[in-house]
Design a protein around this ligand. Structure first.
Ligand code: SF4
Ligand code: SF4
Ligand code: FES
Length: 219
């Protein structure tokens, strides 16, 4: 075990634990979207989970930084908040904010993070750019809402865990990045109808069951 201090609170965790998990396990919230405990190497792609470590020049992402004995960590400095707000605005600049018609409403990770950072959901400093078309409907069981997706990658990871290999992957780059679904020769080979791991894990309901599927399957 190692001991270190976060926001003046001493915490003790197993050696090898990353700072984000250490904090979350000790009721210290740090905004995060792409971290999953079961992912061996965190992608650190959402750039939300910044913290400051005493003695280091600049904030670091906590999901891929190991907690070390004697560290002094701060989660709520002005520079941490500034980085988090900028990362959040960037995410929201390609997000279609339409909570009233969204199945994620009230349980949405973006709403939680916006509340925590005391920031609106709609970006104010960046232009708002959406993809067109905004729904991919070619999958036999699922719909993919491109302008809801925050590209956290959780769906790919759970699909791989559940099915041995992922049936989806990131495609394209930059602003055009999206989730692409792999086809199978026969639709009957697709495990999606009974799996739905991606539907359950998605923090923003960007993957949903088609309207003609049994919506209760996801609850
Ligand atoms: S994903 Fe969240 S922020 Fe986006 S429209 Fe749905 S409820 Fe609103
Ligand atoms: S579909 Fe959902 S889980 Fe998958 S990358 Fe997009 S936001 Fe993340
Ligand atoms: S949770 Fe650390 S960068 Fe996304």
């Amino acid at each position: 075990m190692i001991k270190f201090v976060v926001d003046n609170k001493e915490i003790e965790v197993k050696k090898g634990t990353n700072l984000l998990k250490a904090c979350l396990d000790n009721q210290i919230y740090i905004p995060n979207l792409c971290y999953m405990e079961t992912l061996g190497t965190p992608p650190a792609s959402c750039r939300l989970c910044f913290v400051e470590i005493e003695g280091q020049d600049r904030p670091v992402t906590s999901c891929n930084t190991e907690a070390l004995n004697g560290m002094a960590v701060k989660t709520d400095t002005p520079s941490v908040r500034q980085l988090q707000r900028t990362a959040f605005e960037l995410l929201m600049s390609i997000h279609d904010v339409d909570c009233a018609h969204c199945p994620a409403n009230k349980k949405c990770a973006l709403q939680q993070i916006a509340r925590f950072l005391k920031i609106g959901l709609k970006p104010r400093r960046l232009p708002h750019t959406l993809k067109d078309p905004d729904i991919y409907e070619d999958h036999p069981f699922l719909d993919y809402h491109l302008n809801r997706c925050v590209l956290c990658g959780k769906c790919i990871h759970v699909c791989r865990t559940q099915n041995g290999q992922p049936l989806m992957a990131f495609a394209k780059r930059g602003f055009s990045t999206l989730i692409s679904f792999f086809g199978k020769e026969s639709l009957a080979d697709l495990p999606c109808e009974t799996c739905l791991a991606c539907v359950r894990i998605c923090p923003v309901s960007a993957i949903t069951l088609k309207d003609n599927q049994d919506q209760t399957a996801k609850d």
